[in-house]
Design a binder for this molecule. Sequence first.
Ligand SMILES: Cc1cc2nc3c(=O)[nH]c(=O)nc-3n(C[C@H](O)[C@H](O)[C@H](O)COP(=O)(O)OP(=O)(O)OC[C@H]3O[C@@H](n4cnc5c(N)ncnc54)[C@H](O)[C@@H]3O)c2cc1C
Length: 278
Amino acid sequence: MRKVFLPRDMAELWSAMADEPAARVYAGGTDLLVAMRAGTVVAPALICLERLAELQGVREEGEEIWLGAATTHAALLSNPLVGRHLPLLVQALRTLGSPPIRNMGTIGGNICTASPAGDTLPPLYVLAAEVELQSPGGRRRLPLRDFIAGPGQTRLETGEILTGVRVRKPVDANCHRFEKIGQRQALACCIVSMAALLTVTPAGVVASIRLAWGSVGPTVMEAPAAEAALTGSFMTRENLHRAAVFVRQAVAPIDDIRASAAYRREVAGNLLLRLLPG
Ligand SMILES: Cc1cc2nc3c(=O)[nH]c(=O)nc-3n(C[C@H](O)[C@H](O)[C@H](O)COP(=O)(O)OP(=O)(O)OC[C@H]3O[C@@H](n4cnc5c(N)ncnc54)[C@H](O)[C@@H]3O)c2cc1C
């Protein structure tokens, strides 16, 4: 029979991790337990993080918002700080899974699964999120884009857990958009997604823009050339079409059962057109 630990504080967590070095930690289990049932992950013991108060909740800390790693998607969606400051993340969370999955799945689990299709990742990239990691030896912070090392791979070290994710409030942005193309309206793994954070002047000129795409490469993909092309330009169909060419050059999709690489590349560029006002 497999041992399952339910630590109630960090001291109990470190002690369980020391006693069972091969144990896997989990929060909602919506990725890990599914993978174990499918036989793609084998874990001799499990350590559940959901009772750790240190990994729960949302805090406003000056110019930043801190999101606890074991906070569920549903809890984030109903949190007023997230609603007020992070509308881009809210849009992505609304498309993630189904109500039962949002009630169990956590933001830390979505990050640590490191799927190129993880719905919270493109928004967190454009928000320049940083992850907070902790082990008995101390804490460290890392930009999310450095933490994600490849599909299913992170720079989490042995004996370390993700405690939270930190983003600066995007105070200047006045356009927050998450777009997701899937095979169905609900419960669909994304075929292509795009997160966009813009500041557009009253005259319609793009003063700043951050863009990121999901499911079109081994990790979240960015297109600095498209951002440069749009910065200082009017938000017109023509300019967005021009920038879409750079997007299609930057992404690196693959064929899979859900869509071809060519379709994903085309759609990744086309999603820019959804930024047109009205
Ligand atoms: C039916 C279904 C539909 C889904 N739909 C979507 C969808 O639309 N979009 C989407 O993005 N995802 C989707 N998912 C995937 C999943 O629900 C999410 O990725 C979820 O956020 C995972 O969170 P979790 O807490 O359940 O992760 P867990 O399964 O608990 O953990 C996932 C991984 O992260 C590690 N981990 C978790 N927390 C920590 C931590 N604090 N520190 C270190 N390591 C940690 C675990 O060891 C494991 O490797 C779906 C899953 C299912 C089963």
